[in-house]
Ligand binder design. Structure first.
Ligand code: ARG
Length: 458
């Protein structure tokens, strides 16, 4: 008979069972469910609601189930609907009817809320670990390539040269914000829902504070309806996941571009690339492509959960069971993505030779020529026009700005002198951008020091 079978006289339809059961995906909550139940059972005894012997027997039984679960020796039944009722059924099989006392002053509604809080707390911590790993990989890549200059783009058109380290560090700042967001989510999770019971609290003299303390929560939900209905912390977790994936996806897009023959900036290590079943020459950036591709499902999960919640009356509704698969999948998608990208970054090779020739025929020093004229007194707008003409002249001649004779430049603007050739090389262009947060090596070194402080690397 079902745990709730008392008022029913007919068996549940098989399809109804399958449709409503969540054991297939909530079984991963088992370790949290057991830890929560142990804290609850202990509190029931210290509050005088059950005897110490009863509590001992329940706790021993629960610990045994956890051990056997970890050894893969527990069998779950679809008819028991979810992880909570499976655990209770197994406990009853093992310790007899005293198991029935565990659910005193508790409902699955506050029980599942507690389980999800504990799971989400670990999930947020795992995400923070992953984010930090990738931060470190990027910081190390920045340091290792502090001398490498690459084209910087706007509209994916060459704009101005930048340090590759500067580019890597831009991603580190995104990840620093991601970490901060996750710590905010952890703070939001830090409220203990158990004791709300079904929705209205309980008639028993429980101590919610004791349970919270044992389980490492520093605050309680102060409204029982809110405690069983709140899923905001899961929205927060999903938002953090979605934002991380946005950042990863942008990085991945760049890794895909950079590893192409056309860019030729990097080569992925063999261990982090895959081949083609037909074209023997291929080495494909599957990992960055898949991370980019998986970003959509994480976005999807946040919309799903918002939609589940938007029309729900208080308090618990079965719709809330739909909170799980999406967040589980989001975390299962983001955690390995962070680890894989850290590995990709750590093992890829930057093609320094090829990059050192990248500026042979480009015009990404044009702004610097305009700035040169401004320093000689020309208003910036006029300087812009002069350089525009010089770019056009150089294209006509099949060269770049440094390839124009001094006389050719002076024909467009007599303010130009021999020293113009000093501001044109990419190294000079880089070094000149020493404003705070800029790409000059001096500014990037300062930035690196700040970043290392944020990432706990200094
Ligand atoms: N499996 C359920 C869920 O995940 C647990 C809570 C069930 N509560 C209830 N009253 N049916 O939401």
């Amino acid at each position: 008979m079902k745990l709730w079978g008392g008022r029913f006289s007919e068996d549940t339809n098989q399809l109804v069972l399958q449709y409503t059961s969540s054991i297939g995906f909530d079984v991963r909550l088992l370790p949290y469910d057991i830890r929560g139940s142990i804290a609850h059972a202990r509190m029931l005894a210290t509050s005088g609601i059950i005897t110490p012997e009863e509590s001992r027997s329940i706790i021993d039984g629960l610990e045994g189930i956890l051990r056997d679960y970890e050894a893969g020796q527990v069998e779950f039944r679809l008819d028991d609907e979810d992880v909570h009722m499976n655990v209770e059924r197994i406990l009853t099989e093992r310790i007899g009817e005293v198991a029935g006392k565990l659910h005193t002053a508790r409902s699955r509604n506050d029980q599942v809320a507690l389980d999800m809080h504990m799971w989400a707390r670990d999930a947020a911590k795992a995400l923070i670990d992953g984010v930090r790993r990738l931060q470190h990989a990027l910081v190390e890549a920045a340091e290792a390539h502090i001398d490498v200059i690459v084209p910087g783009f706007t509209h994916l058109q060459r704009a101005q040269p930048i340090l590759l380290a500067h580019h890597f560090l831009a991603y580190v700042w995104m990840l620093i914000r991601d970490e901060r967001r996750l710590r905010g989510v952890l703070d939001e999770i830090d409220h203990m829902p158990l004791g709300a019971a079904a929705l209205a609290g309980t008639t028993f003299p429980i101590s919610r504070e004791t349970v919270a303390e044992e389980l490492g929560f520093s605050r309680l939900y102060e409204n029982s309806l809110d405690a069983v209905s709140d899923r905001d912390y899961l929205l927060g977790l999903l938002f953090a996941c979605a934002t991380i994936m946005t950042h990863l996806s942008r990085l991945c897009e760049e890794l895909v571009l950079w590893s192409s023959e056309e860019f030729g900036w990097i080569e992925l290590s063999d261990a982090y690339a895959t081949g083609s079943s037909i074209m023997p020459q291929k080495k494909n950036p599957d990992v960055p492509e898949l991370v980019r591709g998986k970003t959509g499902r994480v976005y999807g999960h946040i919309i799903s959960l918002f939609t589940v919640l938007k029309g729900l009356p208080l308090a618990y509704n079965k719709d809330l069971q739909e909170d799980k698969e999406g967040v589980f999948d989001a975390v299962d998608t983001v955690v390995p993505a962070l680890e894989l990208l850290a590995g990709t970054i750590q093992t890829m090779r930057v093609k320094r030779d090829r990059l050192s020739r990248a500026f042979a025929s480009d015009f990404s020093n044009a702004t610097d020529l305009a700035d040169y004229l401004v320093r000689r007194g020309l208003p910036f707008r006029e300087a812009h026009a002069v350089v525009g003409h010089l770019v056009s002249d150089a294209i006509g001649k099949g060269t770049n700005l440094a390839g124009l004779e001094l006389a050719e430049m002076q024909a467009r603007c007599p303010l130009i002198q021999e020293d113009v050739y000093e501001v044109l090389p990419e190294r000079a262009v880089i070094e000149a951008r020493a404003s705070r947060g800029g790409t000059a090596p001096s500014a990037v070194r300062l930035q690196l020091a700040l970043v290392k402080e944020h990432c706990g690397m200094s």
